[in-house]
Design a protein around this ligand. Structure first.
Ligand SMILES: [Zn+2]
Length: 265
């Protein structure tokens, strides 16, 4: 059994095939797919998609790359949407939220501060409703950590983690699991492969970030949640343990990071 802890199944790349893609993954043992939102425009879509797919579940949040198109009303709408969402067992977390300091325009004033504001306010929503968060981490590890130390949430997943070993340990200490996916399957990805090999197995979850971040054997074609078992096998190879060990551990870890998942089994 496997869990894809981060998959943009609502992306246009999957148009007309969402359920077939989810079913294909289910046939390969991917018992749960977590679909994060990117902003108010797709809150309804991810919830509906999670309901339409047997193995679907979702998160609600405003993605840092979409912060330029948002305003305060979006934060109010997100907060107001949570009580109803909590009645839906498929709703798991606040996400995808975080900071992106890779895209140049987002690192400059005033967007830099606006990103930070949206991140902080969404951490407060997660804290107030005792929900985990799905974090977008891109050249922003230390700033993300700074606010996580101040606004205590119940952990979650640091998605597509690509920081230092020391930073990884700090996220783990704050209750986070680190999401590993296609990037780990490239032999040149030395830093990520070191994290995959040396971090405690109890800290790792698997994800595809589909349709993006295809594994080496698929690149540059569209990624899909059906790749999770093979990505898990790659992690088993790196750690030199049986693939069943990886499946069991990463599934258990996802249930720790996203406790509402348990109600779906
Ligand atoms: Zn994402």
């Amino acid at each position: 059994m496997w869990i894809d802890t981060h998959c943009h199944l609502d992306a246009a790349e999957f148009a007309g095939e969402h359920e077939a893609v989810a079913d294909e993954a289910r046939g390969l043992g991917v018992s749960r797919i977590v679909i994060p939102a990117i902003g108010r425009a797709n809150f309804g879509t991810v919830a509906a998609l999670a309901a339409a797919c047997t193995n679907g579940s979702y998160a609600l949040g405003i993605h840092p790359m979409f912060v330029p198109q948002t305003d305060e009303a979006d934060l109010l709408l997100l907060r107001a949407a949570i009580p109803a969402a909590l009645l839906d067992a498929r709703f798991l977390a606040i996400g995808e939220i975080g900071l992106d300091f890779f895209i140049p325009a987002l690192t400059l004033s005033p967007l830099r501060e606006k990103q930070e504001h949206f991140y902080i306010e969404q951490l407060k929503i997660a804290r107030d409703f005792d929900l985990p968060v799905l974090l977008h981490v891109r050249r922003s590890q230390d700033m993300l950590l700074k606010h996580l130390r101040r606004i205590r949430v119940r952990g979650g997943c640091a998605h597509a983690f690509n920081g230092s070993f020391q930073q990884a340990l700090q996220f783990i200490e704050l209750g986070f699991k680190l999401g590993l996916g296609g990037a780990m399957t490239f032999t040149r990805a030395l830093q990520i492969r070191r994290l995959a090999t040396e971090l405690p197995l109890s800290a790792l979850v698997l994800e595809t970030d589909a349709p993006d971040l295809s594994p080496a054997w698929l690149h540059p074609m569209r990624n899909s949640p059906a790749q999770i078992p093979q990505i898990g096998a790659a992690l088993a190879g790196l750690r030199n343990v049986p693939v069943e060990t990886i499946a069991a551990a990463t599934t258990a870890n996802a249930l720790v990071a996203l406790p509402r998942l348990a109600a779906l089994y």
